[in-house]
Design a protein around this ligand. Sequence first.
Ligand SMILES: *Cc1c(COP(=O)(O)O)cnc(C)c1O
Length: 341
Amino acid sequence: MKVNLISDTVTLPSPGMLDAMQNAKVGDDVFKEDPAVNALEEKVAQLFGKEAALFFPSGTMANQTAIKIHTQPGEQLICDHYAHVFNYEGGGVSFNSGVSCALIEGERGRITAEQVASKINPPDFYHSPLSTLVCLENTTNKGGGAFYDLNTIEAIRSVCDEHHLGLHLDGARLWNALVASGQDAQSYGALFDTISVCFSKGLGAPVGSALIGSKAAMEQALRVRKIFGGGMRQAGFLAAAASYAIDHQWESLSEDHRKAKELKSVLEQLPFIKKVEDVDTNIVIFNLLDTAKEAAFMNKLQENKIRFISMGQGKLRMVTHRDYTQSQHQYMLDILQNLNF
Ligand SMILES: *Cc1c(COP(=O)(O)O)cnc(C)c1O
């Protein structure tokens, strides 16, 4: 038995998804003539009640494009200090858009309207960078899969409106938030100017993300995507996988959430584990009492063909996903419960 919990991106296309890919009606998407891509973009836009959407090869490119169209060089965006756009996009915020980040120490990657308001530089104080954008992340990656309640986002939206700031959502795992919270996609469409969603995380597609927003915003995004080298030709094979994922592989995220919660219950019983963070969706973050033993612990599990990652600063992370089967889960729980360590 092998268990890979390094990320929910390790999944392979299901048989149904491969069928959908094989049967996709494709064309040249750089000429906007790929029916499968056009259909996916329309489906996603409608789902969120927005005018338009654009298919991207990665979530990073979708976020970076959003930041580019919302800002001018020298300006500043506001986000949590855990934000993927700040930590894990290769410094693209400054490389691509020439903007800086005002960081907030939120709670598990989530920030509040008061915290946002406190980071907005006065627009007439020309010594400081002009604040123009707020980026939220839902669910939070480094925050361990926490999700927002809509009241918090509504309050942040009001602050943005009052101060003329754009509001972008990094929704790589928004699918998980929607399933776990029962919130609907349309509410998100109404609150954000732009939203990125990922099809290759929990949903199980091999490649792809989408950016969603107004028609005008997506026209700008199309140009930026071209500049970033993200124009793809017969991308419909990938879009068909994403469409299939939305139609058939979304609901089952609740299974991933159940397994993650069960992992937490077992982990927190183990004598050498100090703390397991709250588990709201499919990410389990924990640390050992003795962080010096982290490598030994990981090796021990690796001997049993179990993989996960260290996020640094003593944090270990397991992410459940659709290819983590019930029998793998049982195996995993047994190994953990009987570990001599
Ligand atoms: C994975 C992830 C991304 C980026 O996705 P890639 O497709 O890997 O570029 C963006 N934001 C968050 C929160 C993520 O977890």
